[in-house]
Design a protein around this ligand. Sequence first.
Ligand code: M6R
Length: 604
Amino acid sequence: MCGIVGVLGTHEVAPILVESLRRLEYRGYDSAGIATVNEGRLDRRRAVGKLVNLSDLLVHEPLAGKSGIGHTRWATHGAPSEVNAHPHKAGPVAVVHNGIIENYKALRDELRAMGAAFETETDTETVALLTQYYIAEGLNRVEAAEKTLSRLEGAFALVFLFDGEDDLLIAARKGSPLAIGHGDGEVYVGSDAIALAPLTDKITYLEEGDRAILTRGSVDIRDAEGRRANRPAKTVSIDAARVDKSGYKHFMAKEIWEQPTVLANALDAYLDGDRIDLPEGLDFAQSERLTLVACGTAYFACLTAKYWFETLAGLPVETDIASEFRYREPPIPAATTALFVSQSGETADTLAALRYCRDKADRILSVVNVAESSIARESDLALPIHAGVEIGVASTKAFTCQLNVLYLLALKAAVDRGRMSPDALAAALAELRGLPGLFNAALDRDPTIAEAARAVAETRDVLFLGRGLMYPLAHEGALKLKEISYIHAEAYASGELKHGPIALIDKSVPVVVMAPKDALFDKTVSNMQEVMARGGQVLLITDAAGAEAAGGDVWKTVILPEAAPQLTPLLYALPAQLLAYHAAVAKGTDVDQPRNLAKSVTVE
Ligand code: M6R
């Protein structure tokens, strides 16, 4: 989604804005721009495509000034083009925006009736034009921005910069996050703390409905009712150094390969000897039902957790995609625990689903990677996954860390509900502690996976099959492959094959079968035989016993170490990620910022 930065600085601001935008690149974007005020004069530069295009433009057409705003745009209204790129400017006002102004058509009609001329196809331009109009009517800058904000419907984070004012920024948050950074005689604003990390670690997060009037010497925050709001400044731990590739070619590669260490750290945070160290009061003994809601990869983590909660804890689980859940008005019986999973903690649909459950569910839990996110803050209890900053748009280490926390919760529920003895819990935790070592062994299979991926990169369609715990993972494998390599990939439960998808099988369609040698393995082998009998090329991801039992007809086999059955979704995620990664590299796609995708989806 769009990224926003703003700086009231003491040095030339253009390079600072561009560097901050670079740190927001991970969110996904298609154009970028900055505006500055220099000697009272507001000016801007914008370019389509990667940030390097904006940097090149600034070499030829520099922008001076010590105050400014910047933006990376992920198009919602109007194609990616220079004219649609932010900042949008109308007379003395420039604005950058993340979100959607839902009533922009009505505002456009109103503005058109007043004689306004439109240059862009965006919803954001109405914000600049409306503010310009109110200034022309005689309101001062702050009043004009205030009045404009009161007219807007939808979700937005907005920052205003004004001609003639090199010590004023106005920031507003409704639905989309915004952070204020405090420096030494400087003040900053950004979509998240990562953007501001080299500038400051002192951050104030705006709350829903807040507006902030910023000067170099003051931060004046008002709540939705216009009352002065005291929002604390926190020291955040995102240090500048962690947001680099550490020698890897892509962030995604770094994030895949650091999973053994990341998981070990995440386990340290949650395990205390033979105990799971979870907050007091978190008890599933009386829970009658669990509702798990998320989007994308986080949803597949929920789908996996359903198997764990139901089999280990005997707790009925409903899972849903947040964008469906929020609008189908599901009944939420009392004694329901609602749990929301989100890496960013800002996904608009997941947040809306959480709010739907607010007064209905017994309690609201969340599993997040960003502790200060909206979803975390609006939950009764937020459990961090401790994955560290994830930059690659394709979620990798966040997925395995989400699974880790969900598995620990399922174990806790099993104990609370009298379905797991202390000894059985100790044994399960010992297996879990061994998982980082198994991750390393799985990563050692990289050359075999890379070779298979180069062949997969030549194809147009791929099927993923799995049963039981491997079924959600089949979905995750297909999502990973399609989002970064643009190869069409579908996932099915192996048992569903002959109910339709088998019609797709021929020798041009690789079929990735994820099947450890577990209780369901023989059934999956039967499905594999059905594929091979029709010329299908099977890439089997299994363990040594599975490889032996499967026989020699498969196209390629990736042999993983043997793992406890409940832990196979975490382990088998790694070859799925590597397969997608190498296929994307072979195709030469933009691995970390795949086309059309955003890291943090803050619009519906
Ligand atoms: O930040 P969230 O976990 O809420 O994001 C949910 C999805 O947008 C996300 O998992 C998406 O599917 C990823 N690109 C998958 O790799």
